[in-house]
Design a binder for this molecule. Structure first.
Ligand SMILES: *Cc1c(COP(=O)(O)O)cnc(C)c1O
Length: 338
């Protein structure tokens, strides 16, 4: 039995999702005529209490479009050193927006208002890039699915407002944070100038991310998306999967979180595991002892058809998702005894 814990992107659409995709009303989205894409964009904008939204193929694209719209060449983006926009988007901040990055040393990928305040350049000093944008990630992938304290987000927003900075959220796994906290999408819509969410992670869609913000932001992003070659046509079947996921797959994320805690417990008992990062959502980061590095651990697991990812020399990542069952966990408990 294959147990694929490499990522929450490996899920296959459920029967209900496939039926919704099959039934979707379609049209040419570049002409604004795909009724289902329009419905998804309106639904998400409404959920977050914002003007508009833009459906895109990937979270890399929604993040990069936001940064491209917000930053001018020579501007600087503040983020944590573990941020996906900095580490895993192919240098897109430099390539697409010609902007530089100020990576900060936060706590499991989370920065504070104080850190932001201390890293804003003097706009009158010609030596320094112009600080323009602060980007937060919630939950933090490389932080082991850590959740931001919403009070800290509000403090960061206050600094941004005070200092004329724009605030973006990489919310690839925002719904994982939302089911564990008391905030709503609208609370996030109020604090951020732009938000990117992924439908293809824990929500279980085959493809899709959404960028949320003002009419102006979405209008500009739509233009850049076309330039990047991301103007798609009858994308409604994918949008239908997104609508289905938002209606049916949000509350169940708690189940993924419970399973992640179980897996962390099993891992802690493994003789090669030094410990795990605190498990807040659906990601488990296991730190290994010197005797076995992450690559060897991953290949040992693979012998049992169990799949995980080496994230650093001694760091292994496991991610729970829609297709992981309690039966998988029983087998895993057995296979982790070494
Ligand atoms: C997955 C992910 C993205 C987007 O990735 P794509 O594969 O381009 O959809 C962005 N940010 C974070 C934190 C992610 O985990």
């Amino acid at each position: 039995m294959k147990i694929d814990l490499r990522s929450d992107t490996v899920t296959l659409p459920t029967a209900g999702m496939r039926a919704a995709m099959e039934a979707a009303e379609l049209g040419d989205d570049v002409y604004g005529e795909d009724a289902t894409v329009n419905k998804l964009e309106a639904k998400v904008a409404d959920m977050f209490g914002r003007d508009a939204a833009l459906f895109c193929p990937t979270g890399t694209m929604t993040n990069q479009l936001a940064i491209r719209v917000h930053a001018q060449p020579g501007d600087e983006v503040i983020c944590d050193k573990l941020a996906h926009i900095y580490l895993y988007e192919g240098g897109g901040i430099a390539l697409n927006a010609f902007a530089s990055v100020r990576p900060l040393d936060g706590n499991l990928g989370r920065i504070t208002a104080e850190m932001v305040e201390q890293n804003i350049n003097n706009p009158h000093d010609v030596h320094q890039p112009i600080t323009k944008l602060v980007s937060l990630e919630n939950t933090v992938n490389k932080g082991g699915g850590s959740i931001y304290d919403f009070e800290e987000i509000k403090r960061i927003k206050a600094v941004c407002k005070n200092r004329g900075l724009i605030l973006h959220l990489d919310g690839a796994r925002l719904f994982n944070a939302l089911v564990e906290t008391e905030q709503t999408p609208k609370d996030y819509g109020k604090e951020f100038d732009s938000i990117s969410i992924c439908l293809s992670k824990g929500l279980g869609c085959p493809v899709g991310s959404v960028l949320i913000g003002s009419h102006e932001l979405v209008h500009k992003a739509r233009r850049f998306r076309k330039v990047m070659g991301g103007g798609w046509r009858q994308a409604g079947a994918l949008a239908a999967a997104g609508i289905y996921a938002l209606d049916n797959h949000v509350d169940r994320l708690k189940d993924d979180h419970r399973k992640a805690k179980d897996i962390a417990e099993m891992l802690t008992r493994n003789s090669h595991v030094k410990g795990c990062y605190p498990v807040a959502t659906n990601i488990i980061m296991a730190e290994l002892r010197d005797a076995m590095d992450a690559a060897s651990f991953v290949s040992k697991m693979k012998e049992n058809d169990i799949h995980c990812v080496a994230f650093d020399k001694y760091l292994v990542r496991f991610v729970t998702h829609l297709d992981i069952t309690d039966q998988h966990l029983q087998l895993l408990a057995d296979k982790l005894k070494f």
